[in-house]
Ligand binder design. Sequence first.
Ligand code: PEP
Ligand code: MG
Length: 781
Amino acid sequence: MADVAEVVSRSHSLNETLKNVVELVAKRLDADACSLYLSDARTRELTLEATIGLYPDSVKQVSLPHGEGLVGLAATTGQPVVTVHAREHPNYKYFPETGEERFDSFMAVPMIVRGATIGILAVQTILPRKFDSSEIEIFRTCAQLIAPVVINARLLALVGVSDEETSLAIANREASEARPPDREERNVEHRGIPTSRGIAIGTIYRLETPLDLERLQYTPNADPEREVEELMGAIGEARRVLDGMREKLGSKFGLDLAAVFQTHIQILEDKGFVAKLRKEALTTGNALTALTNVIDTYRKTFQRMSDPYFRERVTDIEDVGQRVMESLLGERHHTTPLSAGAIVVASNLLPGMFARLEVEKIAAIVSEHGGPTSHGAIFARTLEVPAVTGIPGIQSAVRSGEMAIVDGGEGRIILAPDEGVLYEYRRARQRYTVAIEHLDALRSRPAETRDGRGIRLTANVGLVSDLRLVDQHGADGIGLFRTEMLAFAHRGFPSEEEQAELYETVAKAMAPRTVTIRTLDLGGDKEIPNVGMRMEDNPQLGCRSIRLSLANQGIFKAQLRAIYRASAAGNIRLMLPMITSVDELRSAKALIAEAIQSLDRAGIPYDENVPVGVMIEVPSAAITAETLARECDFFSIGTNDLTQYTLAVDRGNEHVAHIYDPLHPAVLALMGTSVRAASRAGIPISVCGEVSSHPLAVPLLVGLGIEELSSTPSAVPLVKEIIRELDFGDLEADVRAAQDVGTAAEVHRIAAARLRDAGILEHPDIGPWLRTLVDKVLPGG
Ligand code: PEP
Ligand code: MG
């Protein structure tokens, strides 16, 4: 990663990026030549774009279709092509213009972004050399890390700015900027996706989009050259801010999150981007107009891309534009400052937002776009800032300075609340904070039912920065470490080295408490660039999770080795997601055995007794739990997916969200089957889906015989308090009753009645808060 960062900071155009990449790779692999071929998605031709070692004149002169020559073979198979004597290989094709007759050995690997081969990296040596499997693996990882950088550079190079596009950009901007309406109505409610829990009451701060010029009075200098200088100064300033932020966030939240800013730096460093700004500033004589026009052009080009991965890069371009604009306006034109208790309403939930705005002053965030798995959402939860995403039109529906309420847990914002509603929410917020604070203070109390049944309460986290929350809320270790979160922060999956370091930090910080590390669970709604993911019509049922890991064994084995390397402290458990049959478990275990052998060969120490468990999150796994239990060391039920697959409800589709209910009797029945199988095999079983944080679920999960609940860190004290008021004997009876009913609503009523009958509604801290929940389920009761 450090090398890749170095390449980015030394490269200012596509050509420079490619040249620096081949130099770096040749150096790292100690090869006499390194060449990079880019693939044209339309013609499927590979063209030599950069080389060190082959004749420089052959760049852009040598092209070959996928399938032809050794390079083309790597492109069609998607696999490395390695040969000691290239000329003897049946696919060898000689290109005299390259001077390659001097070279003997050859190795090529594809660069893959979202399942598509975007190019090939090849190295050659003069003397015969047998590349061993670890060198091939290093080369492959190198190509995976470099691919997103190359594609970003290529994307930036793609953008051409014609006069026509510029005026189009201005016309579009003018048409789209409508003023928010005046409000007469009170309690105007907008609903979105609950993204980060908590209640905030505050004043709206409408975060201007990069192109919202209406509110700014920018007076350009009379001399266009001065405008160019202003703009270049602002770029330099933005670059310094980004560097500073990378450092600041690195020390505050761990380096994993700081990597997000790499892409932004790459854009600011891009020669084409800077040249376009310069030209536009000279033509328009206005630095601000130039900036907005150029950003708009890039945005439009990216938006036209058919691939969603590329379309998402719009967010990066906008974030960079916003940053340069702030630097440009900073000295002379102040936008309204953020005041304490601000409800920030933005177009998107961007990670940079938290560093740019004063975090202490943000009471909540609401956004039009983005979802619960965006980088911004990860930050919001880490910082425990309530957030709601995905409310169309919210930016034009609000006015800066007006009062609003945000309920992050319910996913709603209420504009212009009247006194009655304000009073209700103030009480709710008070209940929430007092309860959490009180309960945090009691964190050393055991989680035990009145009749003495102990339950382990662990936390679900995904970033090193979340560890402080585990301690703050008194969780007994980590029941689910979602490793794909690291991948989001990195915009690609970190190397084995970096992972080993990260997992070790987590294990050491938690020792002797257990840390359950789940292997990469991508796909469905979670995408990252460098693990060879394909576009699929039905991604929740496609090549996701363990299927993706088994199909990308290089990345999977690197992760397994990293987990074992970090296991020396003896408190790591390894968990495999989305297992659907014992075959997958066996395949994964075979790769674990290979990873262990390679550590043995390298003399690297590890814990020989790392428990290997599976997630029960697909009905087939629950139904065949007996078989699975015989071949693994623990189970953890992932109710988020188990509910999705049992009820055939896409967990991210708001149109069917009313059917999605983890307390549906069918889901409970599958949990029951899994508990019985675990108990017969004598292996532990936990639940790590979101349901573990839900008050109504607690009595039922404990009654089912679950021994560990892993939840959002801030929910741990609440769950503990509920458990401490219950009798296990009652709960078993409740579960029997719940298994006899036909609907989720009836199950809710059984659980709500238990909370009420156990006297929890009288509890001084959580009682008032739970009463609102119980009242919804048992009206009048
Ligand atoms: C689950 O499916 O319940 C789970 C814990 O995994 P994720 O939410 O990460 O898919
Ligand atoms: Mg899952």
